[in-house]
Design a protein around this ligand. Sequence first.
Ligand code: DAT
Length: 175
Amino acid sequence: MAESRSLPNILITGTPGVGKSTLCQQLAERTNFQWLEVGKLAKENNCYEEFDEVYHCPVLHEDKILDLMEDQMTDGGIIVDYHGCDFFPERWFDIVFVLRTNNTALFDRLSKRGYSGKKLEDNIQCEIFGTILEEAIDSYKKDSVFELSSNNADEMDENVEQIVQWIEQWKQNKM
Ligand code: DAT
């Protein structure tokens, strides 16, 4: 429950390439919150069910990853980074930020990452349709979901500042 946390938990989500890792790394440095990369945790603990032949990636074993995360989420101060958001318990998060990037910038970033063909097209479509934003709105309270533009370095800096300020406000309200 949020009341028992001494610090808030934050979810940073969005299509691959929108800048989640970059933002989380900067936030972790600024706030001393712990950056929890769900994809990395899954890899380290082999939390996969099967291999998706179409997307050439393993499919997350959601229950297994949730079990691993549960204890860490209790005290707060965690920044969770993942390109999906509908399987986490709603109670874990005090606020959810969905990063958004225009399709030309995202195309460049994902191409540089080596994405091509269907994987590249589907991720661009996912961003154009606002799929992750919709998923977040469906999964969390409307007033705790915020969309942030992440098209360039200035917007990245603004996003860091906005989240740092939100954390400070949360702490003030808690006192
Ligand atoms: P994600 O974790 O969402 O997959 P990332 O942080 O790894 O994304 O960023 C992908 C690439 O895009 C990386 O080379 C950094 C760059 N990038 C991310 N956010 C950006 C922004 N707001 N402006 C410019 N480049 C950005």
